[in-house]
Each structure stands twice: as structure tokens, then as C-alpha cells.
Write a protein that binds this ligand. Sequence first.
Ligand code: CP
Length: 324
Amino acid sequence: MESNFDKAKIGLLPLYLMPTSKSSLINLSQLSKKNIELLFSESLGLKSKNTLNLGQQNANVGKTAALLFFEPSTRTRFSFEAACVRAGYHPMILDGAHGTSLEKGESILDTVLNIEAMRPSFFIIRADHALDLNQLANQISVPLINAGWGSHGHPTQALLDGLTLFEKWETLQNKKILFIGDIRHSRVVASHFELAKILGYQIGICAPAEFLPKQNIENNSFQYFKTLNQGLSWADAVMALRVQKERHLADSASEILNYSQHYGLNLSNIKQLHEKAWILHPGPINYGIEMESEILLDPRSLILKQVENGVFLREALIRNISKE
Ligand code: CP
């Protein structure tokens, strides 16, 4: 059976965001609902066939993609790598500074400009907030995909989360998604605030005061729940967030202990969640803090589906970008 995506002729999708003609993906705010739902349909089409488009693969023989990860990653790096191979691109990977000329003092900008001189078809970059991805995208001549940028955003994570729920619900319009925990430091939530506006879902948050958003979020753009049980009873889906210890100024065992008591998902409080609601986590999971390990086995858990769908979402994105 043909997927909706086949009918959509994805090559015609104006996916892009940047003021330049090239198709960089730095944030989600300039994408339309139609573009995103077509991207979802394409992703599910690729997943349902689970075969390679050898025509496009052959067309890309000899072409490369530059994957530069200046911060650690497992899911995003491996799924982009798999997506590149599936679309016919050879991934050139920089995985941290070790063994590169960054250790000799070369700047990230110089690193990117030198790799650009080797003519990759596009860049996929993960970096902390010190690197300005918007500025960088304007300094290079090929598309740049944000693979997680400080606390600014993680657009492909929000898209794959959206895809995973779209696969279950067929639309996210008016659905209620509860985010629990470290909202302030989460680039995943930052991208979900953008995606929710486009796809029309409601955001609820439940977090301790020190993890609540400081700025940049309109007061009326989310519902705040004082207790986890209230939030769980409200939600159609719940996403536990990783406590981003590396982005906190200070960490303390007492903060973590307090956190898991009030905000960690466990076999007792998860009973408040509707039997048809879904459980997500972007990973990696701190078991015993954001959730007990048994939650992964709950029939409502989509956590490994998110990872699976990430490959197809990123493959669809790469195929769109490379068609322009
Ligand atoms: N969700 C996510 O970005 O995971 P990684 O850090 O492992 O890529």
C-alpha cells in the first residue's frame, strides 16, 4: 500500500527555515503544520517499507555528510549516522575533540570551515550554547541541521517525539502532553514549545521551582501542575525529562533525593495516568531519578519506539534537504 508520503512528493516540500536559499534546520518555528505532517507521513512510509531507496542511494555515491558532535550523544549521533547511510551519504564523524586539531587549539569555526572545504553535502552539528548555530549556518554554503544546541533547542528530537505520538493518534491537535522535571535546561522542551504552537497540542509542566522556565516562554503557553498526580491525571502523554546535571551550576544529593520522591515516575504514581495515555523520555534516562526502570516495561511506554522512529524521521529530513 502506498503511504501518504508517496503521494506527497516530498521533494517539493519547502522545509526551510533560513533566510538563505539553503535548507538549514536550526529551529522549528518557521515550519508549517502541513510540512511537518508530510514529513511524518514520509517517515512512516520509510518505516513501513523498511527498504532502501537504491535509486537515491546510487545518486548519492561519493557524497558525504559531516556529523560534528562537540557534546556527547548516543541516540542522535547513531540515528543520524544510520539515516545518512540509508539515504546514500557517507557520514564523516567528529565525535568530541579527542584526536582532532581542536586539541591543538583550532577553533570550532575553523574546524567547520576546513571540513566544508572537503565538500560535504550538509552538516549535522551538536554543540553547547557558546557556538551560534544561526550565525554558523550563514557562514557556510551547505545546509546545517541542529542535532542539539545548548538549551536552545533539539528540533529533530521534538519531531521524532511528535512522530511517535502521531503514529498512535494520527493528529496531535488538542492533545495534552505533560513534561516533568528539568524544563529550564531542556532543549527538548524548548523545541516542543515551538512544535506545540504549530501542531496545536497543549503543554503541561510539573517541576520543582529551580527547574521551572526563567524566560522566553509566554505565561499562557502552558499549564502548571503543582503535583505530579494532578499532571498525570490531566495528560494524554507524559514525557519525563533527564535531569541535566551538566548544565546545573551546582548539584546536590539532597536535591536529587527530593526530586525522585516528588517528580520521579514509579509503579505507584503511574496508576494516575490514563490507561490509553503514553509514556516518553528523550533519553538518556537516569533510572531512580526521573523514573524507575520498571516504567520502561509498562505497555504504555514508547521510549524505545522514539529511538526507532528517530532513524526514519532523520532519514526523511535528510532526503528532503538533499533534494533541494
Ligand atoms: N535524546 C538525545 O539527544 O539522546 P543523545 O544525547 O544520546 O543523542
